[in-house]
Design a protein around this ligand. Structure first.
Ligand code: ATP
Ligand code: MG
Length: 353
């Protein structure tokens, strides 16, 4: 059995991946895939929370996300790319964990509330929409993950996950509530380690609207597949509110976040920032052109790698099947442990592929 720490994170196939995913989560995954047991989940069931009337698009986006993973450098031999809908232990744990969480606690989750507002769901969301927050606790705990590389919007979900893990370990494994989260007893005597959120330097990349988080559902993204021309055009639309090149600029603006994130020459980044903040004859347009060039330079090798999988669904599906098989070994083991601890264990079962 592997003694390496387990990493679980994933993406919902509500569209293609964007540079916010890269800097917020995928870049960190690349650093971890040599030294950790990594599972990257395609959360296709969760895509149905807002798009159940578009099953073909969800199916298509699921394959596209895998192409984006491969483009960004995720290596399917090292990391298991896993399909949520074919990992049944996740659904079963979701049901069980839903019993351990007060309804009002789930509904208080600020990320859920934000999503309802930003995506304009009003009162018209399905029962499964808030349930996905419970589902996400099961996504993570099914793998007995130690760490979850995510953007900052996911912190409330990880906090909920930590609560479920603590409650389960206390209720069904007799772990005293005063035991610290990182005490080895938690994992030795309990079923679940208490997972940490691993938020990188760029926890929230602002979208090309200059206001909201870059988000698949908000039409404010720069996609991994965008051509240099498209990148330049989209960045051109980035709202800054600055009137002239001699206006002192805001160092915290979205434009400066892009400079910090994508201009890899740190001297040049510092120079641009200094001129911008002082209003030293530097226009937003000029800065945007430099950022666009840096982003396209980052994307070029990704797009070359991605092109190898264009139109080849069979290879992509083989990669998912292999990753999902590995995920089922891990998650079935967790499920059996959880059932045994919680009174649901009667006999063992086997899932075959
Ligand atoms: P949706 O609009 O459907 O919610 P999304 O663009 O927010 O899509 P998710 O699938 O919800 O993408 O997020 C996948 C992962 O990428 C999460 O860890 C999330 O925190 C991270 N992420 C998404 N957008 C950004 C961003 N703009 N900056 C940093 N991290 C991000
Ligand atoms: Mg999201």
């Amino acid at each position: 059995m592997s003694t390496r720490e387990v990493i679980l994170t994933g993406d919902t196939p509500t569209g293609q991946l964007h540079i916010g995913h890269y800097v917020g989560s995928v870049r960190r995954r690349l650093e971890l895939q040599d030294t950790h047991d990594c599972y990257f989940l395609l959360a296709n069931m969760h895509a149905y929370t807002t798009r159940s009337d578009y099953p073909d698009e969800i199916h298509y986006d699921t394959l596209e996300i895998v192409r984006d993973y491969l483009a960004m450098g995720i290596d399917p031999k090292k990391s298991a790319i896993t399909l949520q809908s074919e990992t049944p232990a996740i659904a079963e744990l979701t049901f069980l964990f839903a019993m351990l969480l007060p309804f009002n606690r789930v509904m208080r989750n600020p990320t859920l509330k934000d999503e309802i507002k930003i995506k304009g769901l009003g009162d018209n969301y399905c029962f499964g929409f808030p349930l996905y927050a419970v589902g996400q606790t099961a996504d993570i705990l099914a793998f007995r993950a130690h760490s979850v590389p995510v953007g900052e919007d996911q912190i409330p979900h990880i906090e909920l996950t930590r609560e479920v893990a603590r409650r389960f370990n206390k209720l069904y494994c007799g772990i005293d509530e005063n035991v610290e989260d990182d005490d080895p007893i938690m994992e030795e005597n309990g079923v679940f380690p208490i997972p940490r959120a691993d938020v990188g330097k760029v926890g929230k990349l602002i979208g090309t609207d200059g206001i909201n988080k870059m988000s698949k559902s908000l039409n404010n993204t720069i996609l991994i597949t965008d051509t240099p021309k498209k990148v330049k055009k989209k960045l051109g639309q980035l709202y800054t509110g600055r009137q002239s090149m001699t206006d002192p600029g805001d160092p915290e603006s979205s434009l400066m976040q892009y400079v910090d994130t994508f201009i890899t020459d740190t001297d040049r980044a510092a120079e641009l920032k200094d001129k911008y903040v002082r209003g030293d004859n530097i226009g937003d347009g000029h800065i945007k052109v430099e950022i666009a060039a840096a982003i396209s330079e980052l994307l070029e090798p990704m797009q070359e790698r991605r092109a190898q999988y264009d139109g080849d669904d069979d290879t992509v599906i083989d990669i998912i099947r292999d990753g999902t098989e590995r995920a089922n070994v891990k998650t079935e083991e967790t499920l059996a442990m959880a059932k045994e601890a919680s009174g649901l264990g009667f006999f063992t079962r086997k899932i075959s592929f």
